[in-house]
Ligand binder design. Structure first.
Ligand code: NAD
Length: 274
């Protein structure tokens, strides 16, 4: 796999393609990540909420890869907002992962009803200054949340990780990100394996390019510049998903995928969740 790096606004390089471990049973994390590392994945996306950081750390240790060859992201649990809480919570993650730093630490959800994400972000700035997080970012932030960070703190998030797939292409947030130097990470990139992948337009494109619908959607993300980390525990799919660097979608085919927008979320509304 020829996975390109994307340079974040802090200068840190992130592989554009990685492996997500949401809803992977702790017992299945080792085998799945073992297959992923063999297939060329060098970027793992976990979270405190996923309750599998310990197994992620073990799988990295077992891989024989050097620490600087694997990009590791984790995310702050929703009940750990606040400056000191965020700092303490990353320390606990590092203990579970068996690492002295993560490459990227994200505020998992803004939780606007609690209204503490600005204070939390100041804790993240401290973690970045300490080097315990090489880069810091956010997840599920809407434009007004990003604008508050810009107005009240000194650090622009390196990334915003948002639900993004052809049914929900997130044009407004992507434009804001482009304008402000924030990289876009797409969660649920293949629509969590649901209806999206049986859409006849995607099935047609899959036939045209000799790929699967999942590969067509993942290639669409790559060409848009999104960072993706699809999840699978099935070895053949783990290998299939990263095998998207030998095709290029024609502009007309990119436009066809752009027509799949329904505006429908799979996940919760970030303005209300948490
Ligand atoms: P996804 O879009 O990656 O879909 C994964 C599902 O698709 C699998 O469970 C499987 O059922 C199916 N699948 C996988 N490969 C396939 C293939 N080749 N063909 C057909 N079906 C296939 O959804 P996701 O896991 O929710 O998202 C990816 C990652 O994003 C997560 O693992 C996690 O790391 C992250 N995430 C973050 C948030 C957040 O709030 N920040 C929320 C959800 C997910």
């Amino acid at each position: 796999a020829q996975v390109p790096n994307i340079r974040l606004n802090s200068g840190v390089e992130i592989p554009q393609f990685g492996f997500g471990v949401f809803q992977i049973d702790p017992d299945d994390v080792g085998p799945a990540l073992g297959t992923a590392f063999e297939a060329g994945y060098r970027h793992v996306d976990t979270a405190q909420m996923y309750r599998n950081e310990t197994e992620v750390g073990k799988a990295i240790a077992a891989s024989g890869l050097r620490r600087d060859e694997v990009f590791v992201t984790t995310k702050l649990d929703n009940d750990r907002h606040g400056h000191d809480e965020a700092v303490a919570a990353l320390g606990e993650s590092l203990d579970r992962l068996g690492l002295d730093h993560v490459d990227l630490f994200l505020v998992h959800w803004p939780r606007p009803s609690e209204d503490r994400y600005v204070e939390t972000w100041k804790g993240f700035e401290k973690l970045a200054a300490d080097g315990r997080a090489r880069a810091i970012g956010v997840s599920n932030f809407q434009v007004p949340h990003l604008e508050r960070l810009a107005a009240e703190t000194g650090t622009v998030p390196a990334v915003n990780q948002i639900e993004l797939h052809p049914h929900l292409p997130q044009e407004e947030l992507r434009a804001y990100h482009r304008e402000h130097g924030i990289a876009t990470e797409a969660w649920g990139p293949i629509g969590q394996g649901g209806d999206l992948l049986t859409d006849e337009r995607l099935v047609g494109l899959a036939e045209k390019y000799g790929k699967t619908p999942a590969q067509i959607v993942l290639r669409w993300h790559i060409e848009l510049g999104n960072i993706v980390f699809p999840k699978s525990v099935t070895p053949s799919r783990i290998r299939e998903n990263i095998d998207v660097f030998d095709i290029e979608l024609a502009p007309a085919d990119m436009a066809t995928i752009g027509e799949l927008d329904t505006g429908e979320r799979m996940g919760p509304n970030p303005d209300e969740f948490g």
